[in-house]
Design a protein around this ligand. Sequence first.
Ligand code: F0G
Length: 392
Amino acid sequence: MELHERALACPKCGDLLEVAVDASQHEPSVLKNLWLERRMSSCARYASGVWRFREFLPDYAEEGIVSLSEGNVPLVRGQVTAAWAGVRNLWFKHLGWNPTGSFKDLGMTAGMTEAKFLGAKTVACASTGNTAASLAAYAARGGMTARVYLPAGQASANKLAQALDFGAEVVQIEGSFDDALNALLASTGDDLYFLNSINPFRIEGQKTAMFELLEQLAWNAPDYLVIPGGNLGNSSAFGKALRELKGHGFINKVPRMIIVQAEGANPLARLWRSGAKELAAVEYPETVATAIRIGNPRSWKKALQAIEFTDGLVMDVTDEEIGEAKRMIGRDGIGCEPASATTLAGIRKLVSAGTIDREATIAAVLTGHALKDTDYIIKTQMESREDSTVRV
Ligand code: F0G
């Protein structure tokens, strides 16, 4: 199939598509230096933390790139959190410190660039909130109309506000994210370009988070890579990155990938525990981590391949464990949204079970900024604190 064909699934087998990358002509040591040099460039195409890795991305003319200088986010060492989880070497890759406050921007710059290349006028996604905010911003940047499908009353007010602020058309769907995605995929009529994470170009952008993480660790893979799991686009993208980097000799070993889901929205964790061959959807997903309140993740096969390739595992954590972990990430001065805190909750659980060694090096990916769900913070913190009483 041609690179720029507008399809989301293989016409033969129906599975999701993937961009094939050929970077065999590049020498790893040369590229590693070049990628670092580009960070210092004043040219947006080079300086973006996504596009500076463009040898592994589809190629576009400079003026065609839709960018908000995404990526290049720090790796922050866990202190209070490391002690709380019982480990010595804990690092957070904070993808919430991107332009719209979530990791979605990394994929969106690539997906929106492809949309522009194809001459799309209207771009659309279904979303639990973050994809909507990111799509809205990048569509505005690229001069396109954004249409976002949200599960009515379930996305956080902050994310809805972002989508509105960036000028998106908002379609509220009764039901869950899965219903919203089905409604979008079934919609015909307008000439829409789909930008959910099943879009292979978004996966390409998202995978660069791994390039950057490994660069920050001097190309020494950590023992574990811990990430939240929702629709499983991120797990797929990171798995693809690790396959490519290992395959082309940029790293000697890959980290074991641990996908952490919320207990009330845990179809992949269930599959993993049961050894089933096919995913059984969770019909009514429920969790405080609304970003990952997803019962029927589309990219489950690719996520599972990533787990198998890295000898990883899939697990789940309760809403209480998410809340506790989120508070600790806040006490570390870092902060994140509830979905991202699944990572620390999972690490603590695996350390106390003896699965993760205290000396292991662990990189946890924080996917969204603390200000992405302020209602949750105020509700949970006000309940538990006496000092929040107003005295007159
Ligand atoms: N963390 C956050 C903050 C998210 O917004 C999402 C997904 C995930 C984790 C899970 O990532 O789907 O690649 O496994 N949010 C999507 C959205 C579904 O619409 O914003 P995933």
